[in-house]
Design a protein around this ligand. Structure first.
Ligand SMILES: *Cc1c(COP(=O)(O)O)cnc(C)c1O
Length: 608
């Protein structure tokens, strides 16, 4: 069931706050607008201490927090010498971080993705592909790579999830208030929000452009929800992976063609153009047109230039998971391109077909392969699978000869390691362990840490998770469900000696969340063992169009309500990056049971 709220429900209450923060607090505001705070516990902690209750109310969004501080609270902070000093320290650390020069020995990169998982407050991600993209930007910032990224700001983001008493997933699309997010409108020369024009074949689509500062990296997000656009164009950036095929075509046109034009408009040019999944493949079409029309290159030469500077990361191991557009739909959006490139329509559409000349639909992945010199999967096995999946594109070659490799997915350590673990690593591995994380010898010191210190950390993290579930998470649950609690039973009585096993990810059927439940009698013996109790924590959203995934959620919640499993198999609703980071830090074992080889990398396992 999907609920799309047209506007947020209005709740009136009196607060007195500042339109403009007093000068000493301006530094906190600067910090709030750079997502550096998301991976620096000292910065997050600084915001939380401004007003812990308000921090909870504003869901840990510092921009919203600063807008809602009461005059009394502001006054108290100005007189809180310890907090003010801490603000100075964090601000100086951030300034020092920002002033490090870019590493110009590395090639510069333009990065394109439909989703970015940067923080739970910015709802522009749905799963592992987005989390990879978000971590990638943060890592690029830490390693000082000159990178600029492009994506969309979705009005409704990805949905909020509740589970009804009978196990139905209720998906609510809440409009995001862009003024309360850690993003800034890009302005024109006159200081007004830029209205960027993207030429479609028969009309112009207008976008606002928002900049997200991710440490040293800028991410530009396009947003078509402008009155100047017709109704259907306004909806292009309403939902992540929502709408029909035509809307998807418009999104991919906007990301690819609009994305390249936007960088040009901003005066940004890079050496490498990176497509995170085939959604962004049309960047190559625009770059080809630029080389042919502006540099006067023949098409074949332009293609070599574009190929030698383009990279495609594939995430999907089965052909059915890729995007295909039928000829008529593609023609309506891309019909004017072949002429500009000096080739025929047939030649153009064949660049997106495994077998040129056939009647296949246009595959964005095949177009990406034909315009990128390098392509990579996201793990060793996924590289092998991708080579054989794509082998038919190059008849006469062995799969192992293809230019499809792999780069094993990684995670941004300071984002996913808990503050406690980070302090622990600093103590035992050295304060600069983050910058030496790729060096194997950094981790050798683990061998010399006394076991009881590791056990202490483990117990602390588990306690934190249990405290989080019984306090913040419970409060949030009650708020989301208007107090009418069908709250899972038994959260309070999980002891520290319980083995906690976590399973949280998108509920796609191939991830097999149900595998645990094939032998219920045995499972019951495990969770009800008198001396060695085991508890399972589940979380995850199913795409609203995925009936199978929603069926799994229902199945698991039904089982979890049986007397023998009540309080032992627990489903936590509304999985997001915040809940993910708590679960990953707190559980003892992370469970991952996908159908081999359909899981490309399994990002949450890598985080754990
Ligand atoms: C990490 C993460 C994912 C991806 O996890 P997988 O194991 O790859 O499915 C999905 N959603 C959220 C909120 C995450 O934090």
């Amino acid at each position: 069931m999907i609920i799309q709220k047209k506007s947020n429900t209005i709740v009136w209450k009196d607060i007195f706050t500042c339109v403009e923060l007093p000068a000493p607090l301006k530094r906190a505001e600067e910090l709030a607008y750079n997502l550096w705070w998301t991976w620096n516990p000292a910065a997050t902690n600084l915001f939380e201490r401004m007003d812990p209750d308000l921090w909870f109310e504003t869901d840990g969004n510092p921009v919203k927090l600063l807008r809602s501080l009461s005059l009394n609270r502001i006054d108290a902070l100005l007189h809180d010498a310890a907090w003010m000093q801490n603000l100075d320290e964090v601000y100086m650390a951030w300034q020092a971080y920002m002033s490090a020069p870019t590493d110009s020995s590395r090639p510069s990169v333009a990065y394109f993705s439909m989703e970015y998982g940067l923080s739970h407050v910015l709802k522009i991600y749905s799963g592992g592909l987005g989390v990879l993209a978000g971590d990638y930007l943060k890592e690029a910032s830490d390693s000082n790579v000159p990178l600029t990224a492009v994506g969309f700001l979705y009005r409704y983001g990805y949905f909020d999830q509740r589970i009804s008493v009978d196990g139905q997933q209720l998906a609510t699309y809440e409009a995001q208030d862009f003024n309360l997010l850690p993003i800034q409108a890009v302005t024109d020369e006159g200081g007004h929000p830029l209205v960027f024009e993207v030429p479609f074949s028969d009309r112009t689509v207008y976008c606002h452009v928002w900049r997200v500062q991710v440490g040293r990296i800028s991410l530009y997000l396009m947003d078509t929800d402008l009155e100047k656009n017709n109704l259907s164009d306004r909806q292009i950036t309403h939902n992540l992976y929502g709408g029909n095929w035509e809307n998807r075509m418009k999104q991919e046109y906007l990301l690819g063609i609009g994305g390249i034009l936007l960088l040009q408009h901003l005066g940004i040019s890079k050496e490498i153009y990176h497509m995170n999944e085939g959604h962004a493949a049309l960047i190559s079409a625009q770059r080809l047109a630029d080389y042919v029309e502006q540099k006067g290159l023949p098409f074949d030469v332009a293609l070599e230039v574009v190929r030698s500077s383009s990279l495609y990361t594939v995430h999907t191991p089965v052909p059915a998971g890729h995007d295909y557009f039928d000829e008529e739909l593609l023609g309506r959006y891309m019909g004017h391109f072949p002429h500009r490139l000096g080739i025929s329509w047939q030649e153009f559409i064949d660049m997106g077909r495994t077998t040129p000349g056939s009647s296949e639909k246009f595959s964005m992945s095949v177009f990406a392969l034909n315009t990128c010199q390098e392509a990579n999967g996201v793990s060793y096995l996924h590289g092998v699978v991708s080579r054989s999946m794509f082998a038919p594109v190059w008849p006469g070659f062995f799969a192992e000869e293809l230019h499809v490799g792999h780069v094993t997915n990684g995670v941004h350590l300071p984002t996913w390691a808990s503050p406690e673990s980070q302090a622990f690593y600093k103590k035992h591995l050295g304060t600069d362990y983050v910058s030496r994380q790729a060096d194997e010898s950094t981790w050798a010191a683990i061998e010399h840490i006394p076991s009881d210190e590791i056990w202490q950390l483990r117990s602390q993290l588990k306690e934190n998770l249990l405290h989080y579930i019984t306090h913040d998470y419970r409060k949030r649950w009650l708020r989301a469900n208007d107090g009418s609690a069908n709250l899972p039973e038994g959260l309070d009585c999980i002891g520290l000696n319980t083995l906690l096993i976590g399973f949280a990810r998108r509920f796609a059927t191939y991830k097999r969340a149900h595998l645990l439940f094939t032998d219920l009698d045995r499972l019951s013996r495990l969770v009800n063992h008198p001396d060695r109790p085991v508890r399972f924590l589940f979380a995850g959203k199913a795409h609203p169009a995925d009936g199978g995934g929603q069926g799994l959620i229902k199945h698991i919640t039904e089982i979890s309500r049986r007397p023998e499993f009540e309080g032992k198999i627990i489903f936590l609703e509304n999985y997001d990056m915040h809940l993910a980071s708590k679960l990953i830090a707190g559980v003892d074992v992370w469970l991952n049971t996908p159908t081999r080889p359909l899981e490309a990398s399994g990002t949450s396992g890598e985080k754990a």
